[in-house]
Ligand binder design. Structure first.
Ligand code: PGA
Length: 339
């Protein structure tokens, strides 16, 4: 039996599936005598007949049925092995085209690091723009994968959440609401707001929350970047709602605080998205699989975790440090003294 060739098993499988020597010969581009010869050799190796003919029809014998089950399993394994080989060849070279929303710039490059190390032959093209632009790119099928704060409505997509994205209220450290517990949303609506540009997913989520409560934000200024908004907050121009991830890296340490406002953090997720009918490239599939595992080893909180921690690498405290609280108390006292 061990001397039977894979070709003989392939021929046997085709006959069993198609119920005909002639059709099997056609499918495999072989002559009928060759097919008969292969099956004879295989039956000799097994030591029992594999088919029996009743009238014009052929049927599998008991040994034939057992061999059929074994052959399918073997051919399945073989196909999977071939796929693995193709993938290994494919992952040596290739390009991953990613489009991510602005706020994802705080973690997307970091997530790419270990992936690129694993597949050094792969080039990555990373486009960063706001939600509206990313949605345009998605509708035009310009990239392999997209990272968004919310799957698009009205487009048929596959969307997989892979990381939590809490939106928080940020204020300057000396803000009168700093350190206050459970500030009502209505109170926040009195504050001057620094808003991301229209088309931003962060802005849309904040506006939705206020709208749901019949409130409106007093927009003092519109800025097209999270960094500019943080600097404007520190500059005392107002408060804002931003992703906690925006506190990563260059957070103005000690100058920003997260306010404890009812309804916050707005618990969102980061989604990796692609059009439903799209045939993903081997590289894109590898990155998708990687993303599902990545948060754990990139030191980033995993999806769905209701976290109160600051974002990846963040040094901005959720609550002012003792020294900052003292400074805030002094500032408040100073304000009281002057009013
Ligand atoms: P944005 O998107 O960077 O365009 O605001 C973020 C999000 O959708 O959460």
């Amino acid at each position: 039996m061990r001397r039977s060739t894979l070709r003989q098993l392939e021929v046997f499988e085709a006959i069993a599936r198609l119920g005909s020597f002639t059709r099997a010969a056609e499918e495999l581009f072989l002559t009928q005598p060759t097919v008969s010869m292969q099956i004879k050799k295989l039956a000799d190796a097994v030591g029992m007949p594999l088919f029996e003919q009743v009238g014009k029809k052929i049927y599998l014998t008991g040994a034939g049925r057992a061999l059929h089950a074994f052959t399918r399993e073997l051919l399945d394994h073989f196909a999977r092995f071939e796929m693995t080989l193709t993938d290994m060849k494919g992952l040596k070279r290739g390009t991953l085209r990613l489009a991510v929303v602005t706020t994802a710039e705080y973690f997307a490059p970091r997530l790419l690091g270990p992936f690129c190390l694993q597949y050094p032959g792969i080039d990555v093209s990373l486009k960063v723009s706001n939600r509206e632009r990313v949605l345009e790119r998605l509708a035009d099928n310009q990239d392999d994968l997209y990272v968004l704060g919310q799957p698009p409505e009205g487009l048929d997509v596959v969307a997989t959440p892979f990381l939590g994205n809490p939106l928080v209220v940020l204020a300057p450290a000396n803000h009168p609401l700093a350190g206050k517990k459970k500030v009502p949303l209505g109170r926040l609506a009195d504050e001057p707001f620094l808003m991301r540009e229209s088309g931003s997913g962060t802005r849309a989520a904040a506006e939705r929350l206020f709208r749901e409560h019949g409130l409106e934000m007093k927009v003092r200024m519109e800025l097209g970047s999270n960094e500019a908004i943080k600097q404007a907050i520190v500059g005392g121009l107002g408060v804002s709602v931003l992703s906690r991830h925006s506190l990563a890296l260059r957070a103005p340490v000690g100058e920003l605080v997260i306010l404890d406002v009812v309804g916050f953090p707005i618990e969102r997720q980061w989604y990796v998205v692609y059009p439903a009918g799209k045939q993903l490239s081997i590289v894109a599939r590898a990155f998708l699989d990687y993303l599902k595992r990545a948060p754990a080893f990139a030191g980033i909180p995993a999806a769905g975790r209701k976290t109160a921690d600051a974002g990846p690498g963040s040094e901005a405290p959720a609550r002012p440090r003792a020294s900052e609280r003292k400074a805030q108390a002094r500032a408040r006292a100073a304000r009281r003294a002057t009013t």
